[in-house]
Design a binder for this molecule. Sequence first.
Ligand SMILES: NC(=O)c1ccc[n+]([C@@H]2O[C@H](COP(=O)([O-])OP(=O)(O)OC[C@H]3O[C@@H](n4cnc5c(N)ncnc54)[C@H](OP(=O)(O)O)[C@@H]3O)[C@@H](O)[C@H]2O)c1
Length: 275
Amino acid sequence: MALVAAGVARVVIAQTDPDPRVDGGGIRILQDAGIEVTTGVCTDEAALLQRGFTTRITQNRPMVTLKLASTLDGRIATASGESQWITGPAARAHVHAQRAAHDAVMVGAGTLRADDPQLTVRGMGDVPQPVRVVVSRRLDLPPTARMFHDRAAPVWLCHGAAAPAPLRDQFGDARLIECGQDGRNLDPSAVLHALGDAGLTRVYCEGGGALAASLLAAGLVDEIHLYLAGKIIGAEGTPSIAAMGLSKLAQAPQFALSAHRQIGADALQVWRPTA
Ligand SMILES: NC(=O)c1ccc[n+]([C@@H]2O[C@H](COP(=O)([O-])OP(=O)(O)OC[C@H]3O[C@@H](n4cnc5c(N)ncnc54)[C@H](OP(=O)(O)O)[C@@H]3O)[C@@H](O)[C@H]2O)c1
């Protein structure tokens, strides 16, 4: 074994691999070779770094970071649909770095129809581009949207069985992934399981409000990145989270503040589920 040949006598491991196919096998191999193994060092830090992998192994889905860029009163667009830009350039640059730290960037069909976003990493040099995922029941999407033509990164379309065959052929090289439905919408859990099966471990969801509400209601958000801009739009603006059908506070998904900092003129808060 290379470690023995290199004279390694002691190895420090943060946590055992949660994959049942491994199940401490690596540790046993090291110990059998006479190497002393210490486990449980920096476990919390390692667990945070490994969350994508761990979530995929233990929950059969990628971890989900929900990005919200809102005004102080929790709005993501004006009544006329204008949303660019709520936050300033420094916060937007931070978002590009976060895209680069995930396997995929995901939006709902409403955001594609309203904003025609590219969802690429820009301004960071030559970095790998995350997959772009759009969630749409019937694939009622504009075939002229930029992401179907720029070839900057793969596009995956998660759709329902009701998507008509002629629509399925309109989106160039986009990969089509059929997912189960949950009432009127795609089942968010089915969408994430399909993305996990396709190999994704970390998904960065950039909205909009309907997809965010659906992921939150299903308990599928592992981290919220809330960029708060010092603007106020008022009740006629679009809320960052659409209706969730809650009637009792006890039903509300609960998050705890994990970190906060200033970015340019905006604030970034990181929230994690309490459970
Ligand atoms: N400030 C920001 O950071 C930001 C970010 C993103 C968006 N926005 C704004 O938000 C607005 C769009 O948000 P939106 O709420 O209308 O749309 P959305 O959440 O982007 O997309 C909703 C659509 O996604 C499809 N869908 C499929 N399965 C779903 C599920 N399980 N849950 C929810 N939707 C599902 C449905 O379309 P089908 O009928 O095709 O199935 C649904 O109408 C735009 O004005 C955009 O500018 C702002």
